[in-house]
Design a protein around this ligand. Structure first.
Ligand code: BGC
Length: 474
């Protein structure tokens, strides 16, 4: 094992910075969502945030206290490009300064270009449904590259591309609703909602590939990745991989990776069959553009799913002929949490994606994998600062991942979600994923370490020590 394993912690711009119009920032889609009465569970509006924008120097010290090697954060497109279109040096200066502060402390940056939020103007102009947005994204990315690349170790184009396509553009039955319900027919004509989602997916994949090519043209050693949610699906019988669980995983994971790294550089035949004319085809030139545009495959993992052969009830289940059923894995974030403690789900997905003996199109044997998010919300039955559930959850996953690495799977790093309690999208601030507690009622938005902070630092120290010792023995 080499000693350059990435130990990281993550946040996302909108989740810690909110929507205050400082630095010439212009309105975003999430600002507008938060103004709709009833949409956010705690009723908080765009002005409530952790004030990450102003407290970044203090936050870099928090990151340092964790002993991580990397910090994963995202850039707010609405802050660095006015209305998503015109460069805003004042907004960019903040991210530059954040990078400089991190560098001073020896912390490297993993930067996500798109994490769920879109400039409002671009949303209203058709969001990811229109091809015009691809070049807008390229221009935004170009600006970020020019200003920040010297500090960046890995660029991630999209956070959870599938999640954004199904939840963040149009309203889809049975999926979370993280957008403004655009009238997609205005942009695409009288097509199905599935077609709209797949057009958005297609445009995001093309945008990813163009940015990959641009960054590699500038410097071929640039590392560029994309995040998919690690929706590992298992069969109810003994958690085996079966036809139905494989199909469910393919529909949520491989569907988005195949055009980039499957040898065919195309949607796979089975996905074409399930989606039919709702799946827009690629031209030969587009296939060339997409081919092998991935230096790091990034996975966000929170839980697996148990699936059975049956249609519905959600649109995705209907389309791919499966249904998700109840599981009895520990509800480690409390009764109301959707997170489950079952690290085996991640390991079996890693095996499915990489193991060489699998010959069926699910494998991508050569790509390094970064776990780009993993974590759990506070369990309301525990004192929020004594987050023993988080320690148990993160430890089980780290141990599983390191074991997988020892068995030959090329996992290059682990990222805990999240640095601090933050806007958990439509759940507002009530659901807390932070290693640091944030007092949102205080004017200073005071950060206080939970028990997991000290524990994570010690765990990283121990694993780094063991790694060095193992190397010396060899
Ligand atoms: C998202 C984060 C979110 C986390 C917990 C991830 O899918 O990238 O933005 O806070 O899940 O729900």
């Amino acid at each position: 094992m080499s000693s350059n394993f990435i130990w990281a912690v993550a946040t996302a711009a909108y989740q810690i910075e909110g929507g205050k119009d400082t630095d010439g920032r212009t309105p975003s889609m999430w600002d507008a969502i938060r103004e709709i009465p009833g949409r956010i569970k705690d009723g908080s509006t765009k002005d409530l945030s952790c004030d990450g924008r102003n407290k970044y120097r203090e936050d870099v010290q928090l990151i340092k206290s964790l002993g991580v090697t990397h910090y994963r954060f995202s850039i707010d497109w609405s802050r660095v490009m006015k209305n998503g279109k015109t460069r805003n040096p004042l907004g960019m200066e903040y991210y530059k300064d954040l990078c400089r502060e991190l560098k001073k402390e020896g912390i490297k940056c993993i930067v996500t270009l798109f994490h769920a939020d879109l400039p409002l103007d671009l949303y209203n102009e058709g969001s990811w449904l229109t091809e015009g947005i691809i070049d807008r994204f390229v221009e935004f990315s170009r600006y970020c590259y020019e200003e920040l690349n010297e500090y960046v170790s890995i660029w991630i184009t999209f956070n959870e591309i599938r999640m954004h396509a199904w939840a963040g553009v149009v309203k889809v039955e049975g999926e979370p609703f993280h957008s403004l319900d655009i009238d997609y027919k205005k942009f695409l004509g009288n097509v199905s909602v599935t077609r709209a989602v797949m057009v958005a997916s297609r445009n995001m994949l093309l945008a990813h590939a163009k940015v990959y090519r641009l960054f590699h043209e500038k410097d071929d050693s640039t590392r560029v990745g994309i995040i998919v949610g690690a929706h590992s699906c298992m069969d109810a019988e003994g958690e085996k991989i079966s036809a139905v669980s494989e199909r469910a995983t393919k529909s949520m994971v491989n569907l988005y990776l195949d055009p980039l790294i499957h040898p065919s550089n195309d949607w796979t035949e089975d996905m074409k069959e399930y989606l039919g004319t709702d799946l827009p085809p690629w031209s030969e030139d587009e296939k060339k553009l997409l081919k092998n545009t991935m230096d790091v495959l990034c996975l966000n993992y929170y839980r697996p799913h148990i699936v059975k052969e049956r249609k519905g009830p959600s649109l995705v289940e209907e389309l791919f002929n499966f249904t998700m059923v109840d599981d009895d894995w520990p509800k480690i974030g409390g009764e109301s949490s959707w997170v489950r403690l079952h690290p085996r789900g991640l390991i079996s997905l890693l095996e499915g994606l990489t193991k060489k003996e699998k010959e069926d199109g699910m494998k991508y044997p050569n790509v390094p994998i970064l776990i780009s998010e993993n974590g759990v919300n506070d369990d309301p039955s525990l004192d929020s600062l004594e987050d023993t559930n988080r320690i148990q959850y993160i430890e089980a996953h780290i141990d599983g991942i390191l074991e997988a690495r020892r068995s030959g799977i090329n996992v290059i790093g682990y990222t805990a979600w999240s640095l601090m309690d933050n806007l958990e999208w439509d759940d507002g601030f009530q659901v807390r994923f932070g290693l640091f507690h944030v007092d949102l009622k205080s004017e200073e938005k005071t950060r206080t370490p939970k028990m997991s902070v000290d524990w994570y630092r010690k765990k990283i120290e121990k694993e780094r020590r063991d790694e060095t010792m193992n190397k010396e023995v060899k």
